[in-house]
Design a protein around this ligand. Structure first.
Ligand SMILES: Cc1cc2nc3c(=O)[nH]c(=O)nc-3n(C[C@H](O)[C@H](O)[C@H](O)COP(=O)(O)OP(=O)(O)OC[C@H]3O[C@@H](n4cnc5c(N)ncnc54)[C@H](O)[C@@H]3O)c2cc1C
Length: 491
């Protein structure tokens, strides 16, 4: 009997979990072994849906968070067992969403056909290497493998080396990279780096003491998360400053119908996608028209988001650079929105002078006793200002410039030429179904990526709505008979 075909998925956050669940639900043409490798102790949660001390809410209503596009109210039905009376418009806890993803994976696992084996493996993958000239890859684990004995009792017999797995297909679902270090922190001594400077707010529990003054660098969703958690954990006894280039806070989500944009709007936007300026004008026109028809500008943003990959792919490289420089901050702030409840909390903190949002540029950090003196310049101003703070938290969001990555796996992929950075530093180059593009410009036949770095080729690839689609398409591609469908896809 021939050995089973092995598919290794690296990373069991949102994307890896959904690739696994979709694979388990698929028809497979041969005996298949699916191995889901995760370095942390929790499966199906990743950064976004982990258990945290502060009960963060989803930024998207329950009715739009289904993991299964064919069953839009799937998450809501799950949530209603825990929170009777929850509605499609409610913003539910992120940790509950993590439970939902875990349950989704377990359901798929128990209903998988007998010729499909599923294994969960705890460990950190440090390299994926091509074996000879064939299609297969060797997956190396840095920390030795341990069996996830308490997950579901599934077992895995160690191979001879004990630290490698050979795979016919590898799916990288590694999540968001950490934020880039703030340039000013180079001047801080190493001890301050530990105590007064938090370089990534998601790596440790956020605890703030009453009386603290905190600087949050950035003003997007991460800043909002940290500000609301800081206020709650100190009983609103902290003073928070947020500094970002534009000082723009995300607006609130609102209820709206999805039908207000006209059918020919997509054609109009695609036709405008030869220049950043023309596209921006068309987007403004669409938003104005939507409002004139009695709709909400957010409908236009959602409409554009759904066709964003085709608009982005049409723009020439020079126009993409213009978009990134001039339009991106405004797009990001309108695209990533907050539950109105969270925005109300922020406004309350601002009214109480507990939250100050500044537009400006950071120039220098200097330790003064146990504090940090921050020198900065307000946008459009000449004179410098200073703030004395107890702590600085880096909330600028993920650094998608993989050339700066210190992640052993990413460094190894780049060094071998199996992955390449995209020219705009938005992630890595991918082709159809997330196949990695290598240093020679060829799409890999058996090495795939799914996750937020798909933005390099798709622009919008951050939220559950986009990533669940990518995960589903990749799983159906991987489960199709190799010769037939793959030949069709590459033709
Ligand atoms: C704080 C936050 C809140 C969000 N809220 C929402 C929301 O409300 N609605 C919405 O639609 N979207 C939201 N998103 C966006 C989106 O859902 C996430 O970005 C999405 O979860 C990304 O999934 P992922 O699998 O790519 O990454 P993750 O879910 O982070 O998973 C990556 C996993 O890979 C593992 N891993 C990485 N490298 C290795 C390795 N070498 N070896 C083994 N394991 C490895 C990590 O430990 C991690 O578990 C949010 C994102 C964040 C960060």
């Amino acid at each position: 009997m021939s050995p089973p075909r092995t598919i290794v998925i690296v990373g069991a956050g949102f994307s890896g979990t959904l690739v696994a669940a979709n694979l388990l639900r698929s028809q497979h043409w041969a005996t298949t072994r699916i191995v889901l490798v995760e370095r942390s102790s929790s499966v199906a949660r990743g950064k976004a849906y982990a258990h945290r001390e502060y009960p963060y809410l989803l930024n998207v209503p329950a009715g739009r968070m289904s993991a299964d596009p064919s069953s839009p109210l799937d998450f809501l039905s799950f949530a209603q067992h825990r929170i009777p009376g929850a509605t499609a418009e409610d913003f539910l806890p992120r940790a509950l969403y993590g439970e939902y993803l875990e349950a989704t994976l377990l359901d798929a696992e128990v209903s998988a056909p007998p010729h499909v084996q599923f294994e969960r493996l705890r460990g950190e993958v440090c390299a994926v290497e091509k074996i000879g000239d064939g299609p297969a890859y060797r997956v190396r684990l840095s920390d030795g493998r341990t069996l996830d004995a308490d997950s579901d009792g599934s077992t895995l017999s160690p191979d001879a080396a004990g630290r490698t797995l050979d795979a016919d297909d590898v799916v990288l679902a590694l999540g968001n990279p950490p934020p880039a270090p703030l340039p000013c922190t180079e001047e801080l001594p190493a001890t301050a780096e530990l105590q007064q400077y938090l370089s990534d707010p998601w790596t440790q529990p956020l605890r703030f003491s009453p009386g603290e003054t905190v600087l949050l660098v950035g003003s997007g969703l991460t800043m909002v998360d940290v500000a609301t958690a800081a206020a709650a954990s100190s009983n609103e006894q902290v003073v928070i400053h947020s500094i970002s280039r534009h000082g723009l806070i995300p607006p609130s989500q609102t209820q709206f119908s999805h039908s207000a944009c006209k059918g020919d709007s997509a054609t109009m936007l695609r036709a405008a996608s030869f220049s950043a300026l023309t596209l921006l004008r068309s987007v403004r026109e669409l938003a104005d028209e939507t409002v004139q028809r009695g709709g909400d500008w957010r409908e236009a943003v959602t409409f554009i988001r759904n066709i964003a990959p085709s608009l982005w792919q049409r723009l020439p490289a020079r126009e993409k650079r213009r978009m990134l420089r001039h339009v991106r901050p405004y797009w990001d702030v309108h695209r990533h929105r907050l539950p109105s409840e969270t925005l109300a909390k922020l406004n309350h903190l601002r009214r109480r002078q507990k939250l100050h949002v500044h537009a400006g540029r950071l120039l220098e950090f200097e330790t003064v006793g146990s504090q940090i003196r921050v020198t900065w310049r307000a946008r459009g101003a000449h004179e410098l200002q200073t703030l004395l703070v107890d702590r600085v938290v880096n909330c600028i969001g993920p650094d998608y410039n993989v050339r700066r990555s210190r992640d052993p796996l990413m460094c190894s992929l780049l060094a071998q030429g199996l992955a390449v950075s995209d020219p705009h530093n938005l992630g890595i180059r991918t082709s159809s179904y997330g196949a990695l593009v290598d240093a020679q410009g060829r799409a890999a036949a058996n090495l795939f990526y799914v996750g937020p770095m798909l933005r390099a080729d798709h622009w919008e690839a951050t939220a559950a709505q986009e990533l669940r689609g990518h995960a589903e398409r990749l799983a159906s591609y991987l489960s199709a008979p190799v010769g037939r469908m793959r030949a069709a896809a590459t033709a």
